[in-house]
Design a protein around this ligand. Structure first.
Ligand code: ADP
Length: 288
C-alpha cells in the first residue's frame, strides 16, 4: 500500500467574507497524480498555497509526509517542488544560473544543472538569458526548477496552459516519469483533457468545495453515458449516423438489429468527457 503523502481535513480559507476553500478533505498517496480540476475562481490556487505552506488555513488541517503543516512547514517544504504560473524566473540570468541559485537555496549538494535542462529539452540554450526564452521554454525551465531538490511532492499549477504541443508533451512525459519514480504530483488545471490523460484520480472543485473525487474512468462510468455510434449507408446511397446507448437492457438487441439489417460503414464507442461530467456534477462548465 502506498503511503499517504498529503492529507487534508476540513480545510477552509476565507478572504474576508468570501470562503474560497470550503471544508475540503482528501488524501493523496505517494506516487499518485491528483488532478485538481475546476474553473477560474474555484479555489484551486488558494488550496495549493495552503498545501505548500504559504497560507495558513482559516480552519482545518493539512498533514504532508506525516507532518502537520502548521508546525512543520519549513521542514516539509524541503521535499516539495513548486511550479506556479506566476512564479518569476530571473530573466537576466541564464537557465543554468537560475537552477544553480535555486539549488543553493535548497542546499542541494553536487547539483548538476545540465542533465536537468536536458530532461526538459533546453540543452543547447542553457547559457542564454531567460529573457530571450519563449513561453514554452520558460514553462519547461520552471518545471526543471521545481525538480532541483528532487522533490517527493510536485505541485504544478496549469503547467501547460497556452503552450505549444511539443512543450506540453515534454511536460506530460516528465510528470508521468516523476510519478512512476514515486513522486506525488498535485496538478491543478482547467484543462480536462490534460487531467484525464495524466491523473490517477481527479477532484472536481467548484466554489471552494470538492464535488467529486475519483478515477476518471469511474467518474465516467458513474455519471456519463457510453454510446455506440455507427455510420450506415442507406439504399439510396446516402449515409446516416445512428447512436445506441450502451450498458442498457435493450443495447444488445439494438446492436444486433443494426449489425444484421444495415450496411455499416463505421462503428465506434464514445464515452462522456470529464468536461461533460463536470457539467453534470456542478451545473457549470470548466471555462466559466
Ligand atoms: P482558482 O485558482 O481556482 O482560479 P482562486 O483560489 O485564485 O481560484 O480564487 C478563489 C476565490 O478567491 C475567487 O473568488 C477569487 O476571486 C478569490 N480570491 C483569490 N485571491 C484573493 C485575494 N488575495 N483576496 C480576495 N479574494 C481572493
Amino acid at each position: 500500500m502506498a503511503q499517504t503523502s498529503i492529507s487534508t481535513n476540513n480545510l477552509t480559507y476565507r478572504y474576508g467574507n468570501l470562503t474560497a476553500v470550503d471544508h475540503i478533505s482528501f488524501d493523496v498517496s505517494e506516487g499518485e497524480v491528483l488532478g485538481f480540476l475546476g474553473p477560474n475562481g474555484a479555489g484551486k490556487t488558494t488550496a495549493v498555497r495552503i498545501l505548500t505552506g504559504q497560507l495558513q488555513p482559516s480552519e482545518g488541517s493539512v498533514t504532508v509526509l506525516g507532518k502537520d503543516l502548521r508546525t512543520h512547514a519549513k521542514q516539509v517544504q524541503q521535499f516539495m517542488g513548486v511550479s506556479f504560473e506566476t512564479t518569476n524566473l530571473y530573466e537576466q540570468m541564464s537557465a543554468v544560473e537560475n537552477l544553480e541559485l535555486f539549488a543553493r537555496l535548497f542546499s542541494v549538494k553536487n547539483f548538476k544543472a545540465l542533465p536537468l535542462l536536458e530532461k526538459v529539452g533546453l540543452s543547447g540554450r542553457e547559457k542564454e538569458r531567460v529573457a530571450n526564452y519563449s513561453k514554452g521554454m520558460k514553462q519547461r525551465l520552471m518545471l526543471a526548477r521545481a525538480l532541483v531538490n528532487n522533490p517527493r511532492i510536485l505541485f504544478l499549477d496549469e503547467p501547460t496552459d497556452g503552450l505549444d504541443p511539443v512543450s506540453s508533451q515534454t511536460i506530460h512525459t516528465i510528470i508521468r516519469e516523476s510519478a512512476k519514480a514515486g513522486t506525488t504530483v498535485f496538478l491543478t488545471t482547467h484543462d480536462m483533457v490534460e487531467a484525464d490523460k495524466l491523473s490517477d484520480r481527479v477532484a472536481f472543485i467548484n466554489k471552494g468545495k470538492i464535488t467529486a473525487l475519483d478515477k476518471p474512468a469511474i467518474l465516467k462510468r458513474q455519471y456519463g453515458k457510453r454510446i455506440l455510434k455507427a455510420e450506415i449507408e442507406k439504399v439510396d446511397g446516402t449515409t446516416e449516423i445512428r447512436s445506441i446507448p450502451l450498458d442498457q437492457a435493450e443495447t444488445a438487441e439494438q446492436a444486433r438489429q443494426l449489425f444484421m439489417n444495415e450496411k455499416l460503414l463505421t462503428a465506434h464507442t464514445e464515452e462522456a468527457s470529464l468536461e461533460d461530467i463536470f457539467f453534470k456534477v456542478t451545473g457549470r462548465g470548466l471555462l466559466g
